[in-house]
Design a protein. Structure first.
Ligand code: 4MI
Length: 395
């Protein structure tokens, strides 16, 4: 007889989004693998099992979708991603293209521009005093620097926000968040699609670089368009939530901001710790390709496994004081960027953005004070705020 714990938790509802930590703790405590009866999927919320699933792509496939929908049984809402929703060998061919286009060397060439943009933005906010750290900083900064780096025009770049909001909702169930995000994004879908065309992308940017890889025979022209779509889908919402998380942490934990001001070189650690602490990408699914035992529980072939990345990043079995934001913590090994073959291909770019914003704040601001009620953004996959009213004082 093989027993396993069950839970009727809904990890895609407002109550959970508002405060996911008690439910995440209950899941971790219930056992290494828990059956979620509401969705008929398996859940892993402990670090060890999340790590094990992330590191075995042969057994825990991405090709049937990394959301709740099983692409073998349901038609995907869009043509599947050649990276996120693919297994080797297809995945490795497209991944190599983005590894090269987003290489650390390429990112180093962006630093001066990214740092100058962050300095300008923080100077503007200091002149204002009070502002919304989500809309006017965490959203404004990536929307300023990222589409430039891709080679996109200035106009309409805000359309990337509803597009990303929809994409990340689409990994969850077809609930009210998904439906609302779909309606919101409908009018920008054609525009986003058009931005993936070769003639829309300025030379020197990531987009043109992807098409040059197609010219070199590494992928087809059609595949190049889809890889550019991946850049546009993954590149904005994620860093918006990451930067928002970092500012929210530094505003809530002033001793940590003081430490950062004393040593601006801690900016990288402060950003990384915010990724661990808030885990902007909260969850992804895999689908089993064979029967397998996980955490002592036998799983059949073709089952969805929901990985709670945010819960793994706060698992007391893995982390000391997991619920403390500590910018000097040794947080290597967190799964906020995933792990294994699918680990975030844009992480160097994300860290560059985070580092530039936090360095600007560390060197220019004496304090960050929350001045009004925060608003949380509810999304099936992405954890973040819609509004964070703050006042910053000049140093
Ligand atoms: C983890 S965020 C993300 C990554 C890749 C894609 C979308 C979102 C994609 O479309 O390839």
């Amino acid at each position: 007889m093989s027993g396993y714990p069950v839970s009727d938790l809904d990890p895609f509802c407002a109550e959970y989004f508002a405060d996911p930590y008690p439910a995440q703790n209950a899941l971790r405590e219930a056992g290494p693998v828990v059956r979620l009866t509401r969705y008929n999927v398996w859940a892993v919320a402990r670090y060890q099992e999340v790590y094990d699933v992330l590191n075995d792509w042969r057994t825990f496939s991405s090709a049937r979708g990394v959301g709740l929908a099983d692409f073998k049984k349901e038609k995907p809402w869009r043509v599947p991603s050649l990276l996120l929703e693919a297994d080797p060998p297809l995945h490795d061919r497209t991944r190599k293209v983005l590894d090269e286009v987003l290489s650390p060397a390429a990112m180093r060439g962006l630093r001066a521009r990214f740092a100058a943009a962050a300095d300008r933005l923080v100077d503007n906010m200091l002149a204002r005093g009070g502002f919304d750290a989500v809309t006017e900083l965490a959203e404004a900064y990536p929307l300023e620097v990222f589409p430039d780096a891709v080679g996109m025009p200035r106009e309409n770049r805000r359309h990337l926000l509803p597009y990303g909001n929809m994409a990340f909702n689409a990994f969850g169930p077809r609930n009210a968040y998904f439906e609302a995000a779909m309606r919101d994004a409908e009018s920008v879908l054609a525009w986003v699609q058009a931005q993936t065309r070769r003639d829309a992308l300025a030379s020197g940017g990531f987009g043109a670089a992807v098409y040059e890889k197609a010219d070199a025979g590494q992928l087809t022209q059609e595949e190049a368009g889809l890889v550019v779509r991946s850049i546009l889908t993954a590149g904005v919402d994620t860093t918006v939530s990451g930067i928002g998380a970092a500012v929210y942490c530094l505003a809530r934990f002033p001793d940590q901001f003081r430490k950062l001001r004393d040593s601006p070189n801690l900016a990288r650690g402060a950003f990384e710790e915010a990724i661990r602490f808030e885990s902007p990408v909260q969850t992804f699914f895999r689908t089993t390709t064979r029967s397998v035992e996980l955490g002592g529980v036998p799983l059949e072939e073709g089952e969805k496994v929901l990985m709670f990345l945010g819960a793994a990043n706060r698992d007391p079995r893995r982390w000391e004081r997991p619920d403390e934001y500590d910018i000097e913590r040794r947080n290597a090994g967190h799964v906020g960027f995933g792990y294994g073959i699918h680990q975030c291909v844009g992480q160097v770019l994300a860290r560059l953005e985070g580092d530039c914003v936090l360095r600007a704040l560390a060197s220019k601001a004496a304090s960050i004070e929350i001045t009004g009620p925060i608003e949380r953004r509810f999304n099936n996959t992405m954890r973040g705020l819609a509004s964070l009213p703050v006042t910053i004082r000049a140093a």
